[in-house]
Design a binder for this molecule. Sequence first.
Ligand code: DX5
Ligand code: ZN
Length: 211
Amino acid sequence: MVKIAPSILSADFANLGKEIKALEKAGADMIHIDVMDGNFVPNLTLGAGIIKAIRNYTKLPFDVHLMVQNPDKMIPWFAEAGADIITVHAEACIHLDKTLSTIREYGLKAGVSLNPSTDEDCLKYVLDKLDLILIMTVNPGFGGQNFIESQLQKISKIKEMTEDKEILIEVDGGINPFTAAECTAAGADVLVAGTAVFAGGDYQKNINSLR
Ligand code: DX5
Ligand code: ZN
């Protein structure tokens, strides 16, 4: 069954602990945490201190999506804060192979994310160092944007590339019940959703309709 990773970018930041407990109760499979540096993307969100503060509110895995330039120096911070998966952007890493090894050296799962315009070929030589591939279905930076349909083809291509491997395919941006169905049909294993999970406040109903 497809996994649902609610993005806390759409949560009430004044009550993050409570929000995370509510997401667990509603049936979330992991918590997606969007870290933005105001440099790689035109928005600034939260850092390792906040992740550490919310770590004890749930046992669900923390799926940390680093939308930052040169993430290498930050990997120890997020490992120490309680991340389970750290995903970096291929576009932000000069030595991607090395960065992925570093994430695994901390005992964590390593992910790579691709912006909509990035070709999946850049993954070809790092597949053995990957646990997750995050396909951005919007240009990263903000919640509530429209799904970019051209990414469905990328999902299918990555599904083919990873057929004989244990690599999760995750999608992020503009996911609603309609686009969720398109993504799972193309091969997605994990759906990240902010707007669609938090809309109206019934998280359980929203998560169920994405599945
Ligand atoms: C966008 C973030 C997403 C975002 C998704 O840069 O990586 O995780 O929160 O938001 P929705 O589901 O609203 O498109
Ligand atoms: Zn994200």
